[in-house]
Unconditional design. Structure first.
Length: 241
């Protein structure tokens, strides 16, 4: 059930203090966080008038921000109907996870081999912070910590092409991850999977890191597809084009 307009309220904009940060980029970032944090759900129409009031932006600035979010795949524009939060099909979800399985497992193997000791320590610290957030149920902080965890994984693997290959779908990955974290049972299972992945990375065990990464992604994919099938009221096989 879509959240109420009050639940959708975007955090009020703070005064811009840097000449390098435009109002458009600020509005785009605020809307991105609102979508990733689940304040707007998949398929929900984004009403320009309401968003202008919430962000304090003009309609032209808002449309520029929405166009930026469309490039990252978080929103889509329907002819004569405006923007809505992107509604991913089961097929598209599978394709995203296929890409992740290829690239993230490679990143995990390379991280185990190439990461510095300080990066390994930072990874452990992020996992500890994530455990605390899962215990408290702080979804916004969980999302940010998972972003930081994977950003460290990608930077520590010392392969810019892995990051580049994922850049086109990274926000959709964050969005799907946020959807999974809204399920308390999945949060606990995911945390256990990430403990195994972190242990393998810290031990610099490439094969164990790859296996842990694959298992984590497969479980996330299956949970998400099952949830989508239940919500649509049809089996996953019927939902496929």
């Amino acid at each position: 059930m879509p959240p109420s307009p009050q639940d959708n309220r975007v955090t009020a904009l703070k005064p811009i203090t840097s000449v390098e940060e435009t109002l458009r980029s600020r509005v785009q970032r605020e809307l991105r966080c609102a979508i990733l944090d689940g304040r707007y759900v998949a398929g929900q129409k984004l009403v320009e008038r309401e968003l202008c009031e919430l962000t304090g932006a003009s309609r032209s600035i808002l449309r520029e921000a929405l166009a930026g979010l469309e490039v990252s795949g978080l929103v889509e524009c329907e002819s004569y109907r405006g923007y809505r939060v992107t509604l991913l099909s089961a097929r598209k979800v599978r394709e995203i996870f296929e890409l992740r399985s290829s690239l993230e497992t490679q990143a995990a193997e390379l991280f185990a081999e190439r990461a510095s000791e300080s990066e390994l320590s930072e990874l452990q610290a992020l996992l500890l912070s994530l455990e605390n957030c899962v215990a408290s149920g702080d979804l916004a902080s969980m999302r940010k910590l998972k972003e930081d965890y994977y950003e460290l994984l990608f930077s520590g693997c010392r392969n810019e092409e892995v990051r580049r290959a994922l850049s086109n779908v990274i926000d959709r990955i964050h969005y799907l991850r946020g959807r999974l974290m809204s399920d308390p049972k999945r949060r606990e299972v995911s945390l256990a999977e990430m403990r195994r992945l972190t242990a393998a990375l810290v031990a610099r065990d490439r094969l164990a890191a790859r296996a842990a990464c694959l298992a984590h992604l497969a479980a996330a994919r299956d949970t998400l597809l099952d949830s989508m099938a239940r919500e649509s009221g049809v089996s996953d096989s019927k939902a496929m084009p």
